[in-house]
Ligand binder design. Structure first.
Ligand SMILES: Cc1cc2nc3c(=O)[nH]c(=O)nc-3n(C[C@H](O)[C@H](O)[C@H](O)COP(=O)(O)OP(=O)(O)OC[C@H]3O[C@@H](n4cnc5c(N)ncnc54)[C@H](O)[C@@H]3O)c2cc1C
Length: 406
């Protein structure tokens, strides 16, 4: 690993460059590999001291690198059909074949998500060795000071490592999440410089924070995780929710955060597998002396139930509770509505919603419709995947498509 990274830091050689890719991570490295295999002279530059930092930190260090089920429906974009071409040309099966070529052990988790058995390093090492085989130069700790298109249809890129000229320029600088890992608005600014529309960006796949009044009564529940269905508008996700000292997290909350709009409530069904009203009515017949809290504890953590329902009611025996009250209990537990205060923002978000408007890019090649030779790939584009390996698949697919033509 360290060998590959050291090689990645060598200075840019002076031979003619065909393609410059800015951003040495998922999408940029995939594009570089493909262009390099076609015999193009490729230089990848990144201001960071290491390639693929987000790959290394992804999936809790095990990189959820793709998903067995990839479909346009798993992506959010102002133009929902844009991603179709790329994800059908370079599919999850293509990436899995590459992972298998490198004999990287992996496993499937819930909902078709594929993770490395050992470490996300395996994926980065694979990409860097493919780059090395394809003759790609990677220059790290390299800042870009300015980019112009010259009269002879070349791009001239002023960098801390000198002036570079190329025919094709690929922007693979990602979104705004985790600034500490090197995220910058570079790609958006460059898009605007070349006349592109950039759709409003916001943090996504991110924990939600609570209003002060909700924080107070939920504070003691930190650490509780429940399998739930979380909904906003017409979209729902079934997964765990996790109560934390800052608010709501867990996979179902991260998923819904990509759809949630400020000021709106989210709905949480804490008991997706049972009809709690019928359960309570049956239990009332069979064991009338059982207390409500004891009956509910069969399905939900006691502390959560105690926080959500009235204490006096919970202490009552089922025989003394009306069916109307059971109905109210069911409504609270099946349709718990809570209005988040906001999100934790880019500090902890996995991805950025919005970005370079895909209507101004070719869906086949990712080339700008405004400037020949300019390409945008990966997260910088207004295509955001669900949690579950979709964002990497978009990076691989869009990078691969551009790599065929740059
Ligand atoms: C904590 C975390 C976990 C994640 N886990 C998963 C997961 O398991 N599965 C999944 O599918 N997705 C996951 N994601 C999302 C995924 O990492 C991204 O969607 C993906 O990395 C996007 O790839 P990219 O190449 O477009 O951009 P990035 O990976 O963000 O790479 C952009 C590169 O550009 C460089 N750069 C930025 N600005 C400049 C500049 N001004 N000059 C030079 N270089 C610059 C950066 O240093 C970086 O190397 C996770 C994200 C986070 C934050």
């Amino acid at each position: 690993m360290s060998d590959t990274l050291t090689k990645a830091s060598t200075t840019i050689t002076n031979k003619a460059i065909d393609v410059v890719i800015i951003g040495a991570s998922a999408s940029g490295l995939m594009c570089a590999i493909e262009a390099g295999k076609r015999g193009r002279k490729v230089v990848v530059i990144d201001h960071s001291n290491k390639a693929g930092k987000k790959i290394l930190m992804s999936g809790g260090g095990r990189c959820n690198f793709t998903n067995y089920n990839i479909d346009a429906e798993n992506f959010i974009s102002h133009n929902p059909l844009f991603c179709k071409s790329a994800i059908s040309r370079y599919t999850q099966w293509d990436f899995i074949a590459l992972v298998n070529d490198y004999k990287i052990p992996f496993h499937e988790r819930k909902h078709g998500q594929l993770f490395c058995d050992d470490s996300a390093k395996d994926i980065l090492t694979m990409l860097l060795s493919e780059c090395a085989h394809a003759g790609v130069q990677i220059k790290l700790k390299c800042d870009v000071h300015g980019i112009q298109k010259t009269a002879n249809e070349q791009f001239s890129i002023e960098t801390s490592a000198g002036l570079l000229h190329c025919q094709s320029l690929v922007i693979a600088t990602g979104g705004l999440s985790i600034p500490k890992m090197g995220a910058t608005p570079f790609g958006y600014n460059l898009a605007k410089q070349f006349g592109h529309k950039v759709l409003a960006t916001s943090a996504a796949l991110v924990p939600l924070t609570l209003q002060n009044n909700d924080k107070a009564w939920l504070a003691d529940l930190s650490g509780i995780a429940v399998d739930a269905v979380v909904s906003s508008h017409s979209i729902s996700f079934r997964e765990n929710i996790l109560l934390t000292h800052r608010g709501l997290s867990g996979p179902a909350i991260l998923q819904i955060s990509s759809y949630w709009k400020a000021g709106e409530p989210i709905n949480i069904n804490l008991l997706p597998d049972i009809d709690i009203e019928s359960f309570l009515k049956n239990r009332q017949n069979e064991q009338p002396k059982t207390h409500l809290k004891t009956a509910l504890a069969e399905h939900l953590p006691k502390r959560l139930v105690a926080a959500l329902l009235d204490e006096d009611l919970l202490d009552k025996a089922l025989q003394s509770i009306s069916h109307q009250r059971f109905n109210e209990v069911a409504e609270r537990l099946h349709q718990w509505q809570i209005k988040p205060n906001g999100t934790e923002g880019y500090r902890t978000a996995e991805v950025t919603l919005g970005g370079v408007d895909c209507d101004e890019l070719s869906s086949q090649t990712m080339q700008s419709k405004k400037t020949d030779g300019l390409y945008f790939i990966g997260e910088v584009v207004d295509v955001t995947g669900w949690l579950g390996g979709y964002n990497f698949q978009w990076a691989w697919s869009s990078g691969w498509c551009a790599g065929q033509v740059v």
